[in-house]
Design a protein around this ligand. Structure first.
Ligand code: ZN
Length: 401
């Protein structure tokens, strides 16, 4: 049997006035997802457990079949894994954004999407400056860097450590949003210290001259220790591969022993090469029995509040990824296919929410229900029971329904 999970990031949405009270999934032409809904089992799935943040890493962890309440430790360690950094026991990985601060206001979470070339120089500079503090910075891509520190360094303070993602506090005050709880003072010292050190760095002087946002502060958040997740193969008896442009999802795949396939032309944006993702997915299924394909574009359109782009991204996902992979699977004999978003990214809010999302599973031994369209209304409004998304793998890999 061959298995595939296809995720359109942030595809689901609210009912939108501009679409006469329909959702982008209802308006988009999606014959391939509709066919999976018609031939298969549908329902609503809760991808984000209550009281957890509606982040893509949490939501996708559920879809991989690991309950985030049990296994999620933070974003930092997943990114570390995808960067090839093995955390030791007792080490904590933080996301270390290069950001732009102006007086007491956080202006830009990405320092103008600073180039990796400039970021590498600044990160090495910070390593030199903070050598004595026992922390180590690692360069990632652009503003997305990491800091690793031993747990003992974070011994001061009381209560659990709380850090705020910088993209959530644009235009807000820095002081009020600094880390709080155990270890906060150590982190605040580094963050505040970085402002003094980075302000006069020649890279920032040039950026200011060019009218670009300087990377004049490091912002620490998303911390966690190495997660201990059982291997995917141990749970489901299959080897598999993951295709995604997003580091967090690649890191999670590596944590559970799945392969990561890098596809040329994949950007994580509207211009991604959808067809190449499908071709590589089918190639992976010749060797292994499972593939997970993640497409970021609908989520980006949601964050940008671009309705037309969101509908187009959904249609591209349906035609070039879902259609092509489903066609390939059918020609391989026995197969099962799960298609779903990870969370809604409503155009109206331009951010993720934790509402349940529609799913459809079709293939060998799956009994169809009465639903014949893939959208929030067709699947969600009939009083459908909402299941935990981390249970869906049990249907996908389980016995005949
Ligand atoms: Zn997402």
């Amino acid at each position: 049997m061959k298995y595939a999970i296809l995720v359109g990031d942030g595809m689901s949405d609210y009912f939108i006035d501009e679409l006469s009270g329909r959702t982008p999934l209802q308006v988009a032409r999606t014959p391939n997802m509709d066919r999976i809904a018609k031939e298969g089992l549908t329902g609503m799935a809760r991808t984000v457990p209550r009281k957890m943040a509606a982040s893509s890493d949490v939501a996708n962890m559920s879809i991989f079949g690991y309950d985030p309440k049990e296994y999620y430790t933070g974003r930092g360690p997943l990114e570390a894994k995808s960067m090839g950094i093995e955390l030791e026991p007792g080490q904590v990985a933080f996301r270390a954004n290069l950001v732009t601060a102006s007086d007491n206001i956080l202006v830009d979470y990405s320092a103008g999407h600073i180039s990796s070339k400039e970021a590498v120089v600044l990160i090495e500079f910070l390593n030199e400056k903070f050598k004595k503090r026992g922390v180590r910075f690692h360069s990632g891509v652009s503003y997305r860097n990491l800091m690793i520190v031993s747990e003992e360094q974070l011994s001061d303070g009381h209560g659990s450590l709380r850090c705020v993602p910088p993209h959530d506090i644009i235009g807000k005050t820095i002081m009020e949003n600094m880390p709080k709880g155990k270890g906060a003072k150590f982190l605040r010292d580094i963050m505040t210290g970085s402002r003094f050190m980075l302000a006069d760095h020649e890279i920032n002087i040039i950026r200011v001259d060019l009218g670009e946002n300087p990377a004049n502060m490091v912002w620490l958040w998303g911390q966690g220790k190495k997660p201990s997740m059982p291997l995917f193969k141990e749970r489901h008896g299959v080897e598999g591969a993951v295709i995604s442009a997003v580091d967090l999802i690649k890191g999670m795949a590596l944590c559970v022993g799945l392969k990561v396939i890098d596809v040329p032309g994949v950007t994580g944006y509207y211009d991604t090469d959808y067809a190449a993702k499908a071709e590589y997915a089918l190639g992976a299924l010749e060797k292994d029995d499972f593939v997970f394909v993640h497409v970021e574009a609908p989520d980006e359109a949601g964050h940008n509040g671009e309705l037309g782009e969101k509908i187009r991204a959904i249609e591209n996902f349906d035609e070039k990824v879902v259609g092509r992979v489903a066609e390939g699977l059918r020609s391989m004999g026995e197969y099962r296919l799960l298609v779903m978003p990870d969370h809604p990214t409503p155009i109206e809010l331009k951010t993720h929410v934790d509402d349940p999302v529609p799913f459809a599973i079709a293939g060998t031994g799956i009994q169809p229900d009465a639903i014949d369209r893939f959208d929030e209304d067709s699947i969600g409004s009939g009083g459908t029971r909402t299941v935990a998304a981390s249970e869906l793998v049990n249907i996908l890999f389980g016995g005949k329904q």
